[in-house]
Design a protein around this ligand. Structure first.
Ligand SMILES: C[S@@+](CC[C@H](N)C(=O)[O-])C[C@H]1O[C@@H](n2cnc3c(N)ncnc32)[C@H](O)[C@@H]1O
Length: 455
Protein backbone atom coordinates (compact mmCIF):
# COMPACT_ATOMS: atom_id res chain seq x y z
CA UNK A 1 0.00 0.00 0.00
CA UNK A 2 2.98 2.26 0.32
CA UNK A 3 3.99 1.88 -3.33
CA UNK A 4 5.74 5.06 -4.49
CA UNK A 5 4.83 5.55 -8.12
CA UNK A 6 6.41 9.04 -8.24
CA UNK A 7 4.83 12.47 -8.06
CA UNK A 8 2.00 13.24 -10.41
CA UNK A 9 -0.23 16.28 -10.64
CA UNK A 10 -3.84 15.68 -9.69
CA UNK A 11 -6.95 17.79 -10.00
CA UNK A 12 -8.05 19.27 -6.66
CA UNK A 13 -10.67 16.97 -5.13
CA UNK A 14 -14.29 18.09 -5.36
CA UNK A 15 -15.93 19.28 -2.15
CA UNK A 16 -17.93 16.53 -0.44
CA UNK A 17 -21.60 17.46 -0.64
CA UNK A 18 -24.24 17.48 2.06
CA UNK A 19 -26.10 14.65 0.33
CA UNK A 20 -23.56 12.27 1.72
CA UNK A 21 -24.00 10.38 4.95
CA UNK A 22 -23.11 12.27 8.10
CA UNK A 23 -19.54 11.55 9.23
CA UNK A 24 -18.47 10.37 5.79
CA UNK A 25 -17.18 13.73 4.44
CA UNK A 26 -14.53 14.02 7.17
CA UNK A 27 -13.42 10.47 6.42
CA UNK A 28 -13.31 11.05 2.66
CA UNK A 29 -11.12 14.08 3.31
CA UNK A 30 -8.87 12.00 5.59
CA UNK A 31 -8.57 9.31 2.90
CA UNK A 32 -7.58 11.94 0.36
CA UNK A 33 -4.92 13.32 2.71
CA UNK A 34 -3.45 9.86 3.31
CA UNK A 35 -3.53 9.03 -0.41
CA UNK A 36 -1.76 12.28 -1.27
CA UNK A 37 1.05 11.47 1.16
CA UNK A 38 1.45 7.78 0.33
CA UNK A 39 0.70 7.76 -3.41
CA UNK A 40 1.79 11.26 -4.50
CA UNK A 41 4.66 11.49 -2.00
CA UNK A 42 3.86 14.98 -0.75
CA UNK A 43 4.02 16.04 2.89
CA UNK A 44 0.90 16.07 5.05
CA UNK A 45 1.15 19.88 5.25
CA UNK A 46 1.23 20.09 1.43
CA UNK A 47 -1.67 17.63 1.27
CA UNK A 48 -3.68 19.79 3.67
CA UNK A 49 -3.14 22.76 1.36
CA UNK A 50 -3.96 20.76 -1.78
CA UNK A 51 -7.15 19.41 -0.17
CA UNK A 52 -8.33 22.81 1.05
CA UNK A 53 -11.35 22.81 -1.38
CA UNK A 54 -12.47 19.55 0.22
CA UNK A 55 -11.75 20.59 3.80
CA UNK A 56 -13.18 24.12 3.67
CA UNK A 57 -16.89 23.13 3.66
CA UNK A 58 -16.38 20.94 6.75
CA UNK A 59 -17.07 22.12 10.30
CA UNK A 60 -13.90 23.08 12.22
CA UNK A 61 -14.32 19.95 14.36
CA UNK A 62 -14.56 17.69 11.29
CA UNK A 63 -11.51 19.31 9.68
CA UNK A 64 -9.54 18.60 12.84
CA UNK A 65 -10.91 15.04 12.85
CA UNK A 66 -9.85 14.47 9.23
CA UNK A 67 -6.34 15.67 10.08
CA UNK A 68 -6.23 13.50 13.20
CA UNK A 69 -7.25 10.39 11.23
CA UNK A 70 -4.60 11.09 8.58
CA UNK A 71 -1.84 11.86 11.11
CA UNK A 72 -2.64 8.79 13.22
CA UNK A 73 -2.80 6.56 10.13
CA UNK A 74 0.70 7.75 9.16
CA UNK A 75 2.05 7.55 12.73
CA UNK A 76 0.85 3.95 13.07
CA UNK A 77 1.15 2.89 9.44
CA UNK A 78 3.57 0.00 10.05
CA UNK A 79 1.37 -1.58 12.70
CA UNK A 80 -1.80 -1.10 10.67
CA UNK A 81 -0.29 -2.51 7.49
CA UNK A 82 0.98 -5.58 9.38
CA UNK A 83 -2.47 -6.09 10.86
CA UNK A 84 -4.23 -5.73 7.50
CA UNK A 85 -1.76 -8.07 5.80
CA UNK A 86 -2.96 -10.76 8.19
CA UNK A 87 -6.64 -10.04 7.42
CA UNK A 88 -6.53 -9.75 3.63
CA UNK A 89 -6.19 -13.07 1.83
CA UNK A 90 -4.65 -11.40 -1.22
CA UNK A 91 -3.46 -7.87 -2.00
CA UNK A 92 -6.18 -5.45 -3.11
CA UNK A 93 -6.39 -4.92 -6.88
CA UNK A 94 -4.33 -1.95 -8.09
CA UNK A 95 -7.40 -0.05 -9.33
CA UNK A 96 -9.00 -0.29 -5.90
CA UNK A 97 -6.00 0.61 -3.78
CA UNK A 98 -8.11 3.41 -2.31
CA UNK A 99 -9.97 0.63 -0.43
CA UNK A 100 -6.68 -0.04 1.36
CA UNK A 101 -6.58 3.60 2.45
CA UNK A 102 -10.15 3.35 3.74
CA UNK A 103 -9.15 0.34 5.84
CA UNK A 104 -5.98 2.02 7.14
CA UNK A 105 -8.05 5.00 8.29
CA UNK A 106 -10.71 2.74 9.84
CA UNK A 107 -7.99 0.90 11.79
CA UNK A 108 -6.54 4.23 13.00
CA UNK A 109 -10.00 5.27 14.21
CA UNK A 110 -10.87 1.95 15.84
CA UNK A 111 -7.54 1.10 17.43
CA UNK A 112 -5.83 4.41 18.18
CA UNK A 113 -8.40 7.20 18.19
CA UNK A 114 -11.08 5.50 20.29
CA UNK A 115 -13.88 6.12 17.76
CA UNK A 116 -17.08 4.16 18.43
CA UNK A 117 -17.08 0.96 16.32
CA UNK A 118 -20.41 1.50 14.58
CA UNK A 119 -19.42 5.06 13.58
CA UNK A 120 -16.02 4.04 12.20
CA UNK A 121 -17.31 0.95 10.38
CA UNK A 122 -20.38 2.66 8.89
CA UNK A 123 -18.32 5.62 7.72
CA UNK A 124 -15.73 3.34 6.10
CA UNK A 125 -18.46 1.46 4.23
CA UNK A 126 -20.17 4.74 3.34
CA UNK A 127 -16.91 6.12 1.92
CA UNK A 128 -16.28 2.93 -0.06
CA UNK A 129 -19.78 3.19 -1.58
CA UNK A 130 -19.09 6.68 -2.90
CA UNK A 131 -16.35 5.79 -5.37
CA UNK A 132 -16.99 3.53 -8.33
CA UNK A 133 -13.56 1.95 -7.89
CA UNK A 134 -14.11 0.96 -4.26
CA UNK A 135 -17.88 0.30 -4.48
CA UNK A 136 -17.42 -3.33 -5.58
CA UNK A 137 -15.29 -3.85 -2.44
CA UNK A 138 -17.87 -2.39 -0.04
CA UNK A 139 -18.66 -5.76 1.52
CA UNK A 140 -14.99 -6.57 1.94
CA UNK A 141 -14.41 -3.18 3.63
CA UNK A 142 -17.35 -3.92 5.93
CA UNK A 143 -16.07 -7.40 6.84
CA UNK A 144 -12.46 -6.30 7.45
CA UNK A 145 -13.45 -3.19 9.41
CA UNK A 146 -15.63 -5.36 11.69
CA UNK A 147 -12.77 -7.79 12.10
CA UNK A 148 -10.39 -4.94 13.01
CA UNK A 149 -12.90 -3.96 15.67
CA UNK A 150 -13.24 -7.52 17.03
CA UNK A 151 -9.63 -8.72 16.88
CA UNK A 152 -7.45 -5.69 16.22
CA UNK A 153 -6.83 -4.45 19.79
CA UNK A 154 -5.32 -7.71 20.95
CA UNK A 155 -3.15 -8.00 17.84
CA UNK A 156 -1.72 -4.46 17.99
CA UNK A 157 -1.01 -4.79 21.71
CA UNK A 158 1.24 -7.77 20.92
CA UNK A 159 3.05 -5.97 18.07
CA UNK A 160 6.48 -4.32 18.33
CA UNK A 161 5.00 -0.86 17.73
CA UNK A 162 8.32 1.01 17.77
CA UNK A 163 9.96 -1.20 15.18
CA UNK A 164 6.95 -1.67 12.91
CA UNK A 165 6.25 2.06 12.67
CA UNK A 166 9.88 2.92 11.83
CA UNK A 167 11.28 2.25 8.34
CA UNK A 168 14.25 -0.14 8.47
CA UNK A 169 16.72 2.46 7.15
CA UNK A 170 15.83 4.90 9.94
CA UNK A 171 15.93 2.23 12.64
CA UNK A 172 19.40 1.13 11.50
CA UNK A 173 20.61 4.71 11.29
CA UNK A 174 19.45 5.55 14.85
CA UNK A 175 20.75 2.27 16.22
CA UNK A 176 24.18 2.97 14.72
CA UNK A 177 24.18 6.53 16.08
CA UNK A 178 22.62 6.08 19.52
CA UNK A 179 22.39 2.34 20.32
CA UNK A 180 19.38 0.00 20.45
CA UNK A 181 17.80 1.36 23.63
CA UNK A 182 17.81 5.00 22.51
CA UNK A 183 16.68 4.10 18.98
CA UNK A 184 13.67 2.39 20.56
CA UNK A 185 13.02 5.35 22.87
CA UNK A 186 13.06 7.71 19.86
CA UNK A 187 10.62 5.48 17.96
CA UNK A 188 8.40 5.32 21.04
CA UNK A 189 8.35 9.14 21.34
CA UNK A 190 7.19 9.30 17.70
CA UNK A 191 4.00 7.46 18.62
CA UNK A 192 2.72 10.33 20.76
CA UNK A 193 1.17 13.63 19.66
CA UNK A 194 3.67 16.33 20.71
CA UNK A 195 2.73 19.36 22.82
CA UNK A 196 2.69 22.88 21.38
CA UNK A 197 5.75 25.07 22.08
CA UNK A 198 6.15 28.82 21.82
CA UNK A 199 9.08 31.20 21.82
CA UNK A 200 8.18 34.48 23.46
CA UNK A 201 9.55 37.95 22.85
CA UNK A 202 9.86 38.47 26.61
CA UNK A 203 8.36 37.38 29.93
CA UNK A 204 8.09 33.61 29.49
CA UNK A 205 6.53 33.20 32.95
CA UNK A 206 3.82 35.77 32.24
CA UNK A 207 2.96 34.15 28.90
CA UNK A 208 2.96 30.68 30.47
CA UNK A 209 0.37 31.94 32.98
CA UNK A 210 -1.78 33.57 30.28
CA UNK A 211 -1.61 30.54 28.00
CA UNK A 212 -2.02 28.06 30.87
CA UNK A 213 1.28 26.46 29.97
CA UNK A 214 4.64 25.89 31.65
CA UNK A 215 8.13 27.26 31.12
CA UNK A 216 10.62 24.58 30.04
CA UNK A 217 14.24 24.52 31.25
CA UNK A 218 15.14 25.86 27.78
CA UNK A 219 12.98 28.98 28.30
CA UNK A 220 10.26 28.00 25.81
CA UNK A 221 6.60 28.00 26.85
CA UNK A 222 4.79 24.68 26.44
CA UNK A 223 1.09 23.96 26.22
CA UNK A 224 0.04 20.42 27.07
CA UNK A 225 -3.08 20.51 24.91
CA UNK A 226 -3.30 21.22 21.20
CA UNK A 227 -5.05 24.44 20.37
CA UNK A 228 -6.08 26.62 17.48
CA UNK A 229 -3.05 28.92 17.53
CA UNK A 230 -4.73 31.98 16.04
CA UNK A 231 -7.35 32.00 18.79
CA UNK A 232 -4.85 31.94 21.67
CA UNK A 233 -4.17 35.09 23.71
CA UNK A 234 -1.19 37.00 22.34
CA UNK A 235 -1.40 35.83 18.72
CA UNK A 236 -2.80 39.09 17.34
CA UNK A 237 -0.61 41.26 19.54
CA UNK A 238 2.46 39.28 18.44
CA UNK A 239 3.75 38.24 21.84
CA UNK A 240 5.01 34.83 20.72
CA UNK A 241 5.47 32.44 17.82
CA UNK A 242 5.18 28.68 17.49
CA UNK A 243 8.61 27.02 17.64
CA UNK A 244 9.59 23.67 19.07
CA UNK A 245 11.71 24.05 22.21
CA UNK A 246 14.67 22.27 20.55
CA UNK A 247 14.44 24.46 17.43
CA UNK A 248 14.87 27.51 19.67
CA UNK A 249 18.28 26.37 20.96
CA UNK A 250 20.67 26.87 17.98
CA UNK A 251 20.12 30.67 17.82
CA UNK A 252 21.01 30.89 21.52
CA UNK A 253 24.39 29.39 20.70
CA UNK A 254 25.42 32.71 19.13
CA UNK A 255 25.37 34.29 22.61
CA UNK A 256 24.41 37.94 23.12
CA UNK A 257 23.55 39.26 19.66
CA UNK A 258 22.23 42.67 20.71
CA UNK A 259 23.31 45.32 18.20
CA UNK A 260 25.30 42.79 16.13
CA UNK A 261 25.00 41.82 12.46
CA UNK A 262 23.72 38.27 12.00
CA UNK A 263 23.25 36.42 8.73
CA UNK A 264 20.42 33.90 9.00
CA UNK A 265 20.92 31.48 6.10
CA UNK A 266 18.05 29.22 5.00
CA UNK A 267 15.82 31.34 7.17
CA UNK A 268 12.21 30.62 6.18
CA UNK A 269 9.63 30.46 7.72
CA UNK A 270 11.62 32.57 10.14
CA UNK A 271 11.45 31.04 13.63
CA UNK A 272 15.14 31.72 14.19
CA UNK A 273 15.00 35.10 12.40
CA UNK A 274 12.35 36.18 14.91
CA UNK A 275 14.44 34.94 17.83
CA UNK A 276 17.51 36.86 16.66
CA UNK A 277 15.54 40.03 15.89
CA UNK A 278 13.78 39.84 19.26
CA UNK A 279 17.20 39.54 20.93
CA UNK A 280 18.20 42.85 19.31
CA UNK A 281 20.33 41.63 16.38
CA UNK A 282 20.42 43.34 12.96
CA UNK A 283 19.34 40.32 10.97
CA UNK A 284 19.86 39.58 7.28
CA UNK A 285 17.58 36.62 6.53
CA UNK A 286 18.16 34.75 3.27
CA UNK A 287 16.13 31.96 1.71
CA UNK A 288 15.86 30.58 -1.76
CA UNK A 289 12.09 30.15 -1.68
CA UNK A 290 10.26 33.41 -2.27
CA UNK A 291 6.95 31.93 -1.10
CA UNK A 292 8.56 30.82 2.17
CA UNK A 293 10.23 34.21 2.48
CA UNK A 294 6.76 35.77 2.29
CA UNK A 295 5.91 33.78 5.42
CA UNK A 296 8.87 35.37 7.27
CA UNK A 297 7.58 38.78 6.20
CA UNK A 298 4.11 37.97 7.58
CA UNK A 299 5.49 36.54 10.80
CA UNK A 300 7.79 39.49 11.43
CA UNK A 301 4.95 41.91 10.76
CA UNK A 302 2.70 40.22 13.30
CA UNK A 303 5.55 40.22 15.83
CA UNK A 304 6.53 43.87 15.10
CA UNK A 305 10.10 42.74 14.42
CA UNK A 306 12.44 43.69 11.62
CA UNK A 307 14.98 41.97 9.39
CA UNK A 308 16.44 42.51 5.95
CA UNK A 309 15.02 39.78 3.71
CA UNK A 310 16.94 38.40 0.73
CA UNK A 311 15.53 35.98 -1.80
CA UNK A 312 18.56 34.08 -3.16
CA UNK A 313 20.20 30.70 -3.49
CA UNK A 314 22.94 30.66 -0.84
CA UNK A 315 25.11 28.57 -3.18
CA UNK A 316 25.20 31.43 -5.73
CA UNK A 317 24.77 34.50 -3.54
CA UNK A 318 27.62 37.03 -3.52
CA UNK A 319 27.34 39.33 -0.47
CA UNK A 320 29.04 42.71 -0.49
CA UNK A 321 30.42 42.24 3.02
CA UNK A 322 31.26 39.49 5.46
CA UNK A 323 29.34 38.76 8.67
CA UNK A 324 30.65 38.29 12.23
CA UNK A 325 27.82 35.90 13.12
CA UNK A 326 26.05 33.35 10.90
CA UNK A 327 23.32 30.82 11.55
CA UNK A 328 22.95 28.11 8.89
CA UNK A 329 19.80 26.03 9.38
CA UNK A 330 20.42 23.74 6.43
CA UNK A 331 17.66 21.92 4.53
CA UNK A 332 17.55 18.34 5.81
CA UNK A 333 15.51 15.15 6.04
CA UNK A 334 13.67 16.63 9.06
CA UNK A 335 13.57 13.22 10.75
CA UNK A 336 13.92 15.08 14.05
CA UNK A 337 10.40 16.45 13.52
CA UNK A 338 8.69 13.09 12.94
CA UNK A 339 6.58 13.60 16.09
CA UNK A 340 5.01 16.69 14.51
CA UNK A 341 5.18 15.41 10.94
CA UNK A 342 4.41 11.67 10.95
CA UNK A 343 4.65 11.68 7.14
CA UNK A 344 8.40 12.41 7.20
CA UNK A 345 9.59 8.85 7.74
CA UNK A 346 7.41 7.56 4.87
CA UNK A 347 8.67 10.18 2.43
CA UNK A 348 12.42 9.90 3.01
CA UNK A 349 14.89 7.14 2.24
CA UNK A 350 18.55 6.42 2.92
CA UNK A 351 19.31 7.76 -0.59
CA UNK A 352 17.71 11.10 0.30
CA UNK A 353 19.92 11.41 3.37
CA UNK A 354 23.07 10.99 1.26
CA UNK A 355 21.90 13.64 -1.25
CA UNK A 356 20.94 16.09 1.51
CA UNK A 357 24.26 15.54 3.30
CA UNK A 358 26.05 16.51 0.11
CA UNK A 359 23.96 19.72 -0.23
CA UNK A 360 24.51 20.55 3.46
CA UNK A 361 28.28 20.29 3.09
CA UNK A 362 28.23 22.58 0.07
CA UNK A 363 26.07 25.10 1.95
CA UNK A 364 28.31 24.91 5.01
CA UNK A 365 31.46 25.49 2.95
CA UNK A 366 29.78 28.39 1.16
CA UNK A 367 28.51 29.92 4.42
CA UNK A 368 32.01 29.85 5.90
CA UNK A 369 33.06 32.01 2.95
CA UNK A 370 30.59 34.70 4.17
CA UNK A 371 32.06 34.62 7.70
CA UNK A 372 34.49 37.33 8.83
CA UNK A 373 37.83 36.20 10.34
CA UNK A 374 37.25 35.62 14.07
CA UNK A 375 33.52 35.18 13.38
CA UNK A 376 31.19 32.47 14.68
CA UNK A 377 28.92 30.19 12.66
CA UNK A 378 26.24 27.83 13.93
CA UNK A 379 25.47 24.88 11.69
CA UNK A 380 22.20 23.10 12.53
CA UNK A 381 19.68 20.61 11.15
CA UNK A 382 16.43 19.16 12.51
CA UNK A 383 17.65 15.68 11.65
CA UNK A 384 18.40 12.61 13.75
CA UNK A 385 20.85 11.29 11.18
CA UNK A 386 24.59 11.36 11.92
CA UNK A 387 25.31 12.07 8.26
CA UNK A 388 23.40 15.37 8.47
CA UNK A 389 24.95 16.38 11.80
CA UNK A 390 28.26 15.48 13.44
CA UNK A 391 29.62 13.74 10.33
CA UNK A 392 29.51 17.09 8.49
CA UNK A 393 31.50 18.82 11.19
CA UNK A 394 34.09 16.03 11.47
CA UNK A 395 34.59 16.14 7.69
CA UNK A 396 34.91 19.92 7.74
CA UNK A 397 37.40 19.97 10.61
CA UNK A 398 39.51 17.31 8.88
CA UNK A 399 39.74 19.53 5.79
CA UNK A 400 39.84 23.08 7.14
CA UNK A 401 42.61 24.08 9.50
CA UNK A 402 41.26 27.65 9.64
CA UNK A 403 38.03 26.48 11.32
CA UNK A 404 37.73 25.31 14.95
CA UNK A 405 34.84 23.96 16.98
CA UNK A 406 33.75 26.22 19.85
CA UNK A 407 32.27 23.80 22.39
CA UNK A 408 28.97 24.73 24.01
CA UNK A 409 28.11 24.61 27.70
CA UNK A 410 24.64 23.90 29.08
CA UNK A 411 24.54 27.24 30.91
CA UNK A 412 24.65 29.03 27.54
CA UNK A 413 21.28 27.68 26.41
CA UNK A 414 19.16 28.10 29.54
CA UNK A 415 19.07 28.80 33.25
CA UNK A 416 18.71 25.21 34.44
CA UNK A 417 22.13 23.89 33.41
CA UNK A 418 21.64 20.51 35.16
CA UNK A 419 18.47 19.79 33.17
CA UNK A 420 20.13 20.91 29.94
CA UNK A 421 23.46 19.05 30.35
CA UNK A 422 22.18 15.85 28.63
CA UNK A 423 21.58 17.90 25.46
CA UNK A 424 25.31 18.61 25.02
CA UNK A 425 27.59 15.99 23.47
CA UNK A 426 31.09 15.09 24.65
CA UNK A 427 32.44 17.26 21.79
CA UNK A 428 30.41 20.26 22.93
CA UNK A 429 27.73 20.14 20.21
CA UNK A 430 23.97 20.33 20.77
CA UNK A 431 22.09 17.07 20.19
CA UNK A 432 18.45 16.82 21.19
CA UNK A 433 16.36 13.67 20.79
CA UNK A 434 12.58 13.15 20.87
CA UNK A 435 12.92 10.91 23.92
CA UNK A 436 14.61 13.61 26.01
CA UNK A 437 12.52 15.64 28.48
CA UNK A 438 10.11 12.71 28.28
CA UNK A 439 8.16 13.57 31.41
CA UNK A 440 7.72 17.13 30.08
CA UNK A 441 6.45 15.97 26.67
CA UNK A 442 9.66 15.38 24.66
CA UNK A 443 11.68 17.50 22.23
CA UNK A 444 12.20 17.54 18.48
CA UNK A 445 15.51 16.07 17.32
CA UNK A 446 18.05 18.80 16.53
CA UNK A 447 21.78 18.95 15.97
CA UNK A 448 23.91 22.09 16.13
CA UNK A 449 27.63 22.79 16.20
CA UNK A 450 29.39 26.09 16.84
CA UNK A 451 32.37 26.91 14.67
CA UNK A 452 34.92 29.71 14.74
CA UNK A 453 36.91 31.06 11.82
CA UNK A 454 40.38 31.60 13.14
CA UNK A 455 41.58 35.16 12.55
C1 LIG B 1 15.03 23.89 7.79
S1 LIG B 1 14.29 25.10 6.81
C2 LIG B 1 14.72 26.56 7.68
C3 LIG B 1 13.90 26.85 8.91
C4 LIG B 1 14.15 28.24 9.46
N1 LIG B 1 15.54 28.50 9.70
C5 LIG B 1 13.37 28.54 10.72
O1 LIG B 1 13.94 28.54 11.81
O2 LIG B 1 12.16 28.81 10.62
C6 LIG B 1 15.37 25.13 5.45
C7 LIG B 1 15.19 26.28 4.48
O3 LIG B 1 16.27 26.25 3.56
C8 LIG B 1 15.85 26.83 2.36
N2 LIG B 1 16.86 26.49 1.34
C9 LIG B 1 17.10 25.28 0.78
N3 LIG B 1 18.13 25.34 -0.09
C10 LIG B 1 18.57 26.63 -0.06
C11 LIG B 1 19.59 27.33 -0.75
N4 LIG B 1 20.39 26.72 -1.63
N5 LIG B 1 19.74 28.65 -0.51
C12 LIG B 1 18.94 29.29 0.38
N6 LIG B 1 17.93 28.67 1.04
C13 LIG B 1 17.76 27.36 0.83
C14 LIG B 1 14.47 26.27 2.17
O4 LIG B 1 13.70 27.09 1.30
C15 LIG B 1 13.94 26.26 3.60
O5 LIG B 1 13.17 27.39 3.85
Amino acid sequence: MTDKPGKKKQKPPAPVTSRQTSGVPARVAAHELIARVLFDQISLDEALLACEPMLRPLETRDRAFARAIAATSLRRLGQIEALLAGFLEKPLPERAKRAGIILIAAAAELLFLGVKPHAAVNAAVGAAALDHKTRPLKNLVNAIARRIDREGKEIVEAQDAEKLNTPAWAWESWQRAYGEETARAIASAHLKEPPLDFSVKEDAKGWAARLEGTVLPTGSVRLAKTASVEKLPGFQEGGWWVQDAAAALPAKMLGDVKGKDVLDLCAAPGGKTAQLAAAGARVTALDKSSSRLARIRENLKRLSLEAELISADALRWKPERSFPLILLDAPCSATGTARRHPDVLHLKSAGDIAKLADLQFRLLSKALGFLAPGGTLIYCTCSLEEAEGPAQIEKLLRNRKDIARLPLTAAEIGEDADALAPLITAEGDLRTLPAQFESLGGLDGFYAARLKKLA
